[in-house]
Design a protein. Structure first.
Lengths: 621, 177
């Protein structure tokens, strides 16, 4: 990664070289990868021509790991070692994962979720990274080169821990995650750019495991999310579960094993999908003990079972419209996303609520990946003649702190445009108090116990003062990925102590580094040679860009600073002359550190220049 | 890094009366310049600075767009301490008004009539409009920040109450569903 290159916004420093970047829809039931090909986004298919990759990973006793169709075919036969719908566990605590009521064995070793397989315990992040790695290989094969980065989509309603986990999975799969993009927003990009849409649009996204509703304002190339809402525990899988529940209830089946439950789920899904086109479907399943269940289900009957679930989504839609201060009829169009929106019942009910026929002309399974590919291409800096757009997304959930009495003090309300930074001042409660415990929560409720706990940390070293005299400023920063960083400092004395939030159930940077290192150690000599070459190229580019930056903006540096940078450059040249990968890494790390504040000052100067002296007319072009 | 006056940042005169359309158009233009998406492949330092600038611009827009927050911001910029925590002194007539509103809310809640809520919300809307007029006069013409600060505190009460009314109304409509 070139540290000091600043090019014009949206432009590549090397204009004619197209950088390969992909959009990945990491779904609960299946995943897709898409990329720009001859200036249109396209889903990349596997050797058999299939677009969807089932989000299923199977761990075999001999160390082999299967991903996709192969794994899914063995789901019922080898249910414990075959992990499906892992997205439901991302960023979740063990308790929460157990409540999902699924068929896996969890390890009790830690508070974090670990799934038991014949290859040992695996985390949801690791399982997801296998899916992502399979998609990366597919993309590199089809596109014929290495990827510079990927945009991975997440449900808009994902909280901080779920986003962190997704980002970690991407890194673990060897991807540079350019951005986490909300699924409905991705769909809006694909739809809006395709149709030149202007006005207020809604995206109704009912996936395999999650439901999202987003309201967007589209105008002159700006996609502004006005409000978003949803339910991370409601999706197509729940409709299948409703079918299973009714059939099982009726057949008075007892003592079902975990394998049987999976068999029934698969049968329910097949019946539900058939019912989207046909008036009746046959539910057919053979249980482990040889019992066979066959039963016809009529569409009307299924819709009666499904109605309460659809109603739950409609309630969320109504709340989100309220947040946006809009009425259903002000919405110009509703984009349907996710395979579950193929259900006629869903289309009918959504159409009734908005008073307009839902838009289904883009494949609801592909539209998210296509939008992500468009965004990835833009972020990678590939010039797209005549096409430039800006995405302004929001935080899905309010962020706050615990205060006296277990109450939540909201610092950033939901639906704030990101990136956003907001600070709040607090004070000490007791005389002479020198430490303060800071508890960060996410959610809309008044009580801490009803919200999701994101992190706890302590600010220490507060100088002893009378109660109420200390001024502790806590700053929340949400970046463009929707990830939160919290820091705290005592203001009145200038004593500073800042801590960044580590997600309660995520991986630390060290964990990820360790996992990546372990992967490298197992890789062959080819991979090591490739890593050496990459490191050489990276350091070479870095040194070159630092020299270019020095010749342009050396006035921003003091003599000492410049001296330190020069020394690092000399060491970089030395490392580049050798073949020692650790020395190269070390030199790159030192040079980055030595130039960090220089790079920040140059960037600040560049932004100030871009902002100043422009009248509104000039800015708006 | 980005610690400038929000009005200057947006190239707008530092006053209460604001051109809402110009504010929104400027926000979009500025956000387009500094959004981290424009620097997604740049180094960590560049991305950090872009994020800070984008955050500042979004925060500035939020403050300037909201009539109450804009008034607060102008008072603070003029060096006037709003004493939100410490000063609970309220104008007598305003206190009476508050009490009447509370009673009306209780009645609307108990009676379960949307009409009562409509009347209350129309009342709140009228108070907001009066507040906005007072602010324009106090801040832009008389530059009486101390008195404006008092009005800001009253207005904060109104907004808090407006939220309560909204919540009660939603609770009612949810029950009726």
């Amino acid at each position: 990664m070139a540290l000091l290159q600043i090019s014009e916004p949206g432009q590549s420093p090397v204009p004619h070289q197209r950088k390969l970047a992909v959009g990945i829809d990491l779904g609960t039931t299946h995943s897709l990868v898409a990329a720009m090909r001859s200036s249109v986004p396209e889903v990349l298919r596997d050797a058999q021509g299939r677009a969807l990759l089932p989000s299923v990973v199977r761990y075999l006793p001999d160390g082999v790991i299967q991903v996709g169709f192969e794994a899914r075919a063995q789901q019922a036969a080898d249910s414990l070692n075959t992990i499906a719908s892992v997205k439901r566990f991302m960023g979740r605590s063990l308790d929460e994962a157990r409540r999902e009521g699924v068929t896996y064995e969890f390890s009790d070793a830690a508070d974090a979720v670990r799934l038991r397989t014949v290859q040992g315990d695996v985390t949801p992040v690791e399982v997801s990274s296998r899916i992502l790695a399979a998609l990366r290989e597919r993309a590199e094969g089809v596109l014929g080169g290495e990827l510079v980065g990927a945009v991975i989509t997440v449900p808009a309603y994902f909280d901080d821990a779920q986003r962190q986990a997704t980002r970690d999975a991407g890194r673990l799969a060897g991807l540079t995650v350019l951005r986490l993009l909300n699924e409905p927003t991705a769909a809006a990009i694909a739809y809006g750019l395709d149709h030149g849409a202007e006005g207020i649009y809604a995206v109704y996204d009912l996936g395999g495991g999650t439901f999202d509703i987003s309201i967007l304002k589209l105008s002159k190339g700006v996609f502004e999310v006005v409000a978003t809402g949803g339910d991370t525990r409601l999706g197509g899988d729940d409709f299948d579960a409703a079918v299973v529940a009714n059939v099982v209830d009726e057949a008075t089946l007892q003592a079902l094993g975990k394998g049987d439950r999976r068999v029934l789920q698969v049968a329910a899904r097949a019946a539900r999908e058939t019912l989207s086109d046909a008036q009746t479907a046959t539910f057919r399943a053979v249980l482990a003990d040889g019992r066979e269940i066959a039963r016809d289900i009529g569409r009307g009957e299924f819709e009666a079972w499904a109605q309460p679930l659809v109603q739950r989504t409609l309630d969320r839609v109504a709340r989100t419209l309220r947040d946006a201060a809009l009425e259903g009829r002000q919405v110009k169009g509703v984009v349907m996303v996710g395979g579950a929106t193929r259900m006629p019942l869903v289309q009918r009910e959504v159409g009734r609520l908005f008073g307009t026929q839902p838009l289904t002309d883009l494949d609801p399974d592909q539209v998210v990946a296509l939008g992500a590919a468009l965004q990835a291409n833009l972020l990678a800096g590939n010039p797209t003649p005549g096409e430039d757009w800006l995405l302004l997304d929001v935080t899905p959930l309010s962020l706050g702190l615990e205060t006296m009495g277990g109450l939540v003090e909201r610092v950033i309300p939901r639906n704030s445009t990101i990136p956003v930074a907001r600070a709040q001042e607090f004070t000490t409660f007791k005389d002479g108090q020198t430490a303060m415990s800071i508890h960060v929560v996410q959610g809309e409720r008044e009580l801490v116990s009803d919200c999701r706990s994101l992190a706890r940390f302590e600010l220490r070293g507060i100088p002893p003062m009378v109660a109420g005299a200390a001024r502790i400023r806590v700053t929340f920063q949400v970046d463009a990925d929707g990830l939160l960083h919290v820091s705290a400092r005592e203001q009145s004395t200038g004593v500073e102590a800042a801590v960044s939030v580590k997600p309660s159930y995520g991986l630390s940077d060290d964990d990820v580094a360790q996992m990546l290192a372990a992967g490298m150690a197992n890789a062959g000599s080819d991979a090591q040679a490739r890593a050496l070459r990459e490191q050489q190229v990276e350091l070479g580019q870095l040194a070159e860009s630092v020299r270019a930056a020095l010749s342009a903006d050396a006035d921003l540096l003091s003599a000492e600073e410049q001296g330190a940078i020069d020394r690092c450059l000399a060491r970089a040249d030395q490392a580049l002359a050798g073949q020692d990968i650790d020395a190269l890494r070390q030199a790159a790390h030192e040079l980055s550190q030595a130039t960090d504040s220089f790079a920040a000052r140059r960037m600040d100067r560049s932004i100030r220049a871009a902002l100043s002296g422009k009248t509104l007319d000039e800015l708006a072009k | 890094m980005a610690s400038e006056n929000y009005f200057q940042l947006f190239g707008l005169p530092s006053q209460y009366d604001i051109d809402a359309a110009a504010l929104e158009a400027t926000w979009r233009a500025l956000a387009a310049r500094v959004h981290p998406d424009r620097y997604a492949t740049a180094g960590a330092a560049e991305r950090r600075v872009a994020m800070q600038w984008a955050s500042t611009i979004n925060e500035a827009y939020r403050v300037l767009k909201s009539p109450l927050d804009r008034a607060r911001y102008l008072c603070e910029q003029a060096g006037c301490d709003l004493q939100i925590e410490s000063n609970t002194r309220m104008d007598g007539a305003f206190l009476m008004r508050q009490m009447e509103w509370r009673e009306q809310l209780d009645e609307a809640r108990d009676g379960g009539s949307l009409g009562d809520f409509d009347a209350l919300q129309a009342d709140i809307e009228a108070s907001r409009a009066r507040m906005a007029q007072d602010m324009a006069r106090l801040l832009d013409q008389e530059r009486n920040y101390a008195q404006a600060a008092g009005k800001v505190r009253e207005w904060m009460f109104i907004e808090k109450f407006a939220q309560e009314v909204l919540d009660a109304r939603h609770a009612l409509t949810n029950r009726q569903h």
